[in-house]
Design a protein. Structure first.
Length: 364
């Protein structure tokens, strides 16, 4: 606001410690409470009385750092009556710790200026620190380095806070170093396919999960069986509900595959299937081989287990070695003649045990 007359002087008014005159000396150290005094802006803030007469700033004395220097050397008998320093112009002084209330820090932004600016010191970038409740530690947000030349602005999301999301730049207005980015809460990386679990099988006869619910529309099971204990064992599957296998005669499955002899002597194809069975065969034409390093890789897809319209079904792609002589690639599908929802699936061997890894994924 404007003032009539001189701008008011406010802040810390200080009477400095007494100064003893030294004969033939013009410069004297200024102290406040025994410590060197430098808290001023310019010489015009000083009231200096010498021998009962106020001295003119600049003409009769100057100040630099903590030194007060008279225009000429003082003599024995001269008396420096007092030195008073008026507050800085519109300076309220330094507030005591924890005395500035929230109401006094409601900074106002305009279309051309930020309400709060954290400056660098010429070496360190501007940094904002947010402390814990005990002020024993805190986290910091810092500006990009000066060399980056960045002056962009980020606007926080307009939508509600949502769990399991991350911040991404949804749109940008302007361009370059002064662009304005609108942030949003985006789905976590990985898209619509989410890993649910990883299970290690060690001489296990089966693996199952009862975690198939409406969270995901479909489920994918990636199976890597590195070894089996019994030659020609097969891997079957059953659906589960209420933590129990569904063993009714509702499974109809079909397997089509092709093979290549390991000695390159030829190829072949086969078809296999069964209607009204109690399980789903995931691969076909014989069983698995116990040769070291063999086993089977399978990818099982289950569609809409929580749905209640239409029969259930699934697909399995696999590769395996049979009889130490033929490499197989198979494609198996099944139908479960029920429209009821199911909540799990079980994979198991017809004989012996298997060792490997099973990864379960959900697809939104």
């Amino acid at each position: 606001m404007a003032y009539i007359g001189k701008t008011p002087i406010t802040g810390n008014f200080v009477k400095l410690d007494a100064i003893s005159v030294v004969n033939g000396q013009a410069g004297y150290t200024m102290n406040n409470g025994g410590s060197a005094f430098t808290d001023y802006e310019n010489v015009n803030q000083f009231l200096v009385s010498l021998n009962g007469i106020l001295q003119a700033p600049t003409d009769s004395f100057t100040v630099s750092g903590s030194t007060l220097t008279f225009a000429s050397n003082l003599s024995t008998g001269d008396v420096i009556d007092f030195v008073i320093v008026l507050g800085n112009t519109l300076d309220i002084g330094t507030p005591s710790d924890a005395t500035v209330t929230q109401a006094k820090t409601n900074f106002v932004s305009t279309s051309s200026a930020s309400g709060l600016q954290i400056k660098g010191d010429g070496t360190t970038d501007g940094t904002l620190q947010l402390n814990c409740s005990q002020n024993s530690h805190g986290v910091k947000i810092a500006s990009p380095a000066h060399s980056a030349g960045q002056s962009y602005k980020l606007i926080l999301p307009t939508g509600n806070v949502t769990a399991d999301r991350f911040l991404k730049v949804d749109s940008v207005s302007g361009s370059g170093t002064t662009g304005i980015g609108q942030l949003s809460f985006a789905e976590a990386g990985g898209g619509d396919m989410v890993k649910i679990s990883t299970s290690s099988l060690s001489s296990a006869s089966s693996w199952y999960s009862d975690s198939l619910d409406s969270t995901y529309y479909a489920y994918k099971i990636i199976v890597n069986i590195v070894s089996i204990s019994t030659q020609y064992a097969k891997v079957y599957a059953r659906l589960r509900a209420s933590s129990s296998d569904l063993t009714g005669s509702n499974y109809t499955w079909h397997v089509h595959g092709a093979f290549r002899y390991t000695n390159n002597s030829g190829n072949g194809e086969f078809n296999d299937g069964y209607a009204g069975g109690t399980e789903w065969k995931l691969h076909g034409d014989g069983g698995l081989d116990t040769d070291t390093g063999e086993g089977v890789d399978m990818i099982v897809d289950l569609i809409n287990p929580s749905g209640t319209v239409g029969y259930k079904g699934g697909i399995c792609h696999s590769r395996f070695l049979y009889d130490s002589a033929r490499w197989y690639t198979t494609h198996s599908t099944f139908k479960y003649a029920s429209q009821s929802a199911y909540t799990g699936i079980k994979l198991y061997t017809t004989a012996g045990t298997m060792t490997g890894t099973v990864n379960l994924y959900g697809i939104k």
